[in-house]
Design a protein around this ligand. Sequence first.
Ligand SMILES: C[S@@+](CC[C@H](N)C(=O)[O-])C[C@H]1O[C@@H](n2cnc3c(N)ncnc32)[C@H](O)[C@@H]1O
Length: 214
Amino acid sequence: MESEFWFDSWEQGGTKTSFHLPEVHEHARLLARLGLVAGARVLVPLCGKTTDLRFFAETAAEVVGVELVPRAVAEFFAENGLDPVEEEPDVFRAGNLVIRRQDVFKLGPDVVGPVDLVYDRAALIAFPDDMRQRYADAITRLLRPGARYFINTLEYHPRLPSPPFSVGPEEIAERFGRAFDVEHVAAEPRPDHRMVAKFGLTDLVEHGFLLRAR
Ligand SMILES: C[S@@+](CC[C@H](N)C(=O)[O-])C[C@H]1O[C@@H](n2cnc3c(N)ncnc32)[C@H](O)[C@@H]1O
């Protein structure tokens, strides 16, 4: 999706930012239970103002969020009662929690540093088909062998022309199978999901994939 779409979404708020959840996501808790968060450097691309950032920061060595829209970054710090230091232009730090206010496509390994775990919730699926491979390549570039990459996706029918886009196991294998070992760790039917009634979907499954960089 082009940048203006996200600037407009954050400007309007309400249903336009209904991807934002008040609670820590179950998949963030799953990663902690698997021992992948404690002591790790965790990268959260397209972080919005997710509460998962704070959850990870409780035990991680460092959490680095990446978010394009200044309003989302400002809301995150304000709503969490944090007073960050701008340690470099557009890089905000509160303790071991950093948010880089920038385009994820301009992120390089030199800037990000070593990453142990990438947590991708509603990030890959925020992009239309023609941008998803570019995004997959951008994240892959950041990771050393052994690094873990968790991807949460939604798969549903009929497919919609706006985010969140439908992405299932075949697409994950196709896009990531060369550079990563892929494990399909969660597949939960979600008939209660807000999108089912709103768009008349026949089904919706929430997936979790745990990848390891080769
Ligand atoms: C669907 S939301 C998901 C937010 C978050 N992961 C969550 O779970 O609430 C996608 C987020 O990515 C941000 N975004 C979109 N394009 C971006 C880009 N190119 N670089 C960085 N952030 C971007 C949007 O502003 C939005 O906050």
